[in-house]
Design a protein around this ligand. Structure first.
Ligand code: ATP
Ligand code: MG
Length: 268
């Protein structure tokens, strides 16, 4: 059994554009090795799942890609250009949005405000530039459009406080936020861990629509059926390293779990 070459698995049939590429990422915490020289590839219009046992380095890897941690060594390229993220805002400015299960949204704010958190738009002319007045009407309209584009029809009113939404709808707002800003990459760390079946499916549908829009999506999940349903490729982390990359077509869930735990080895 061999690892799957990235260009043999894509929807675009070998003409895929690489959007994010990490080489040799190392991150240690004192004597604990979080990442021991990890490579990661992400292509436009694909969902890359990351699976691995507890402590395998999934969150550390994501944090090194999104500016939440600075790796000790290794390189990162976005759209073929070297990037050095020092803070999450650097990654966000470059088009990488991260959705965490917690703290994804601020419950007391309305939906439009959540979507525009930390990137409020000012009104045109001196009202905006001198008086710093926010373009609330414009933000609400564009927020409504972003939410609609992702097919979240259950949200009626962009002025509704997020605390009155269901868990799935909240997650939907966080994902829309990620999708609404011409982002290139969306990273989701266990987005459905606390959601019910219906809400999880809603989030998975959104993940698919981000892919359809041509974004690259990275999805960390422990839910194997979900991963096998939605992922184009599956990056397997084990003991701080990349044990291999497989696809739902090339390997069964049992194989995937075997590689994760070390019971099965990938060649190449
Ligand atoms: N801030 C930190 N300080 C010390 N050790 C850390 C720190 N963050 C992560 N580690 C260690 O690095 C290793 C990888 O942790 P990481 O959180 O990336 O695992 P994970 O794959 O996300 O696991 P889980 O599935 O449990 O979320 C673990 O051994 C962990 O204890
Ligand atoms: Mg983790």
């Amino acid at each position: 059994m061999t690892a799957v070459a990235p260009d043999s698995t894509g929807a675009a049939g070998g003409t895929q554009q690489q959007i994010l590429s990490a080489r040799g990422l190392i991150k240690t915490f004192g004597r604990v090795v979080g990442l021991d020289g990890v490579d990661l590839d992400l292509y436009r219009g694909e969902v890359l799942a990351i699976i691995g046992d507890n402590g395998a380095g999934k969150s550390t890897l994501i944090k090194c890609l999104t500016g939440a941690l600075v790796p000790d060594a290794g390189t990162l390229e976005l759209d073929g250009k070297r990037v050095h993220f020092q803070r999450p805002q650097d990654a966000r400015d470059a088009g990488i949005e991260t959705v965490y299960q917690q703290l994804a949204v601020i419950p007391a704010l309305d939906i439009a405000s959540n979507l525009y958190l930390a990137r409020e738009e000012r009104r045109a002319g001196p009202l905006g530039s001198v008086l710093r007045m926010l373009d609330k009407k414009g933000m609400r309209e564009r927020a409504g459009k972003a939410v609609q584009e992702l097919g979240i029809q259950t949200i009626q009113n962009m002025g509704q406080a997020v605390e009155t939404l269901s868990g799935g709808q909240r997650q939907a707002v966080a994902v829309s936020r990620a999708a609404a800003f011409g982002g290139k990459v969306v990273v989701l760390d266990e987005p459905t861990a606390a959601l019910g079946v219906k809400e999880s499916n809603q989030v998975l549908e959104m993940v698919k629509s981000l892919r359809a829009k041509g974004l690259g999506v990275i999805l960390i999940s422990h839910n194997m059926p979900q991963v096998w349903e939605v992922a184009d490729r599956i990056h397997i982390q084990r003991l701080g390293g990349r044990a291999g990359v497989i696809t739902p077509q090339s390997h069964s869930m049992t194989d995937g779990v075997g590689i994760m735990t070390g019971a099965m080895k990938l060649e190449g």
